[in-house]
Design a protein around this ligand. Structure first.
Ligand code: HEM
Length: 243
């Protein structure tokens, strides 16, 4: 049965957009919290991101300065300081480039598969941040975490702040791929490199994205530790709401 009342209630509990049809709402609300394609993409992403970060830091160690040669950027606090040895992978510049360029394609493929699945399955509706739907909830959740509000706002699968953070990782992923491509083939992809301000700004952007990914990961793991039930769901898929 798909009455308007039922759809209204479902929209409330799943957090889905009011533009959804009855069938789409009914379909989403019967799914497990974490369908297997999301879980596979998520867990494949973890070692891939670690390999990319560590081999990237080994590449940085070959020239640990940011900015054009001889005119380093003043705002970068680690000029001339290579990243610590424990954080690097690949032993030397060429070794690290092999790791980075090999696994970069897998990370890109994994990201593309995840985005395609979100788009084709309709999962984007309950996972991505939609400003008109989620801004108020994100602010209320933030106020709750800052103890400016006594109780957490109602939410579906995710609250607005989670949706903002998870959607943010997609933006970061796109920026890291684009800046990475500009660094990989700066001559052939001159237009892309220019769009990012040139080779040196693209290199700075690539590193800033890594720092933001690291920041997200620390916050993300802290939140998972505070809500361990979500970890079980990300492993098993969780229960169907009507099971
Ligand atoms: C060992 C490290 C990690 C653990 C234990 C972990 C765990 C989890 C868990 C439990 C969830 C579900 C959260 C919830 O239901 O509220 C989740 C979702 C998510 N995680 Fe992680 N995560 C890890 C690393 C990462 C990394 C490195 C990224 C980097 C991009 C990431 C990106 C995401 C995203 C985008 C989602 C939302 C997925 C979706 O709903 O489509 N995670 N993670």
């Amino acid at each position: 049965m798909c009455t308007c009342a039922r759809v209204r209630a479902s929209r409330h509990s799943t957090g889905v957009s009011p533009v959804l049809s009855c069938t789409a709402v009914r379909d989403l609300e019967h799914r497990r919290p974490q369908p297997w394609p999301i879980r596979v993409a998520h867990w494949v992403n973890v070692p891939l991101l670690a390999i990319m970060a560590a081999s990237g830091l080994q590449i940085l160690a070959a020239y640990p300065m940011l900015g054009p040669q001889g005119r380093p950027y003043g705002w970068y606090p680690f000029q001339g300081t290579p990243p610590p040895e424990w954080s690097r992978l690949g032993d030397w510049l060429a070794g690290a480039r092999h790791w980075h360029f090999a696994f970069g394609w897998f990370l890109t493929l994994n990201g593309v598969a995840y985005v395609l699945y979100l788009a084709l399955s309709g999962e984007w509706r309950r996972r991505l941040f939609l400003p008109r739907r989620d801004t108020r909830n994100a602010l209320a959740t933030l106020a709750f975490y800052l103890r400016l509000r006594g109780h957490a706002p109602e939410q579906g699968l995710y609250n607005g702040l989670q949706r903002l953070a998870y959607t943010g990782t997609l933006v970061l992923g796109a920026l890291s791929i684009l800046s990475g491509l500009a660094l990989y083939k700066p001559v052939q992809l001159r237009a892309l490199a220019s769009l990012l301000g040139g080779y040196d700004p693209a290199r700075a952007l690539h590193l800033i994205v890594l720092a933001l990914f690291a920041l997200f990961t620390v916050g993300h793991i802290l939140m998972v530790l505070l809500h361990p039930r979500t970890l079980g769901e990300m492993v098993t898929g969780g229960r169907k709401p009507d099971a």
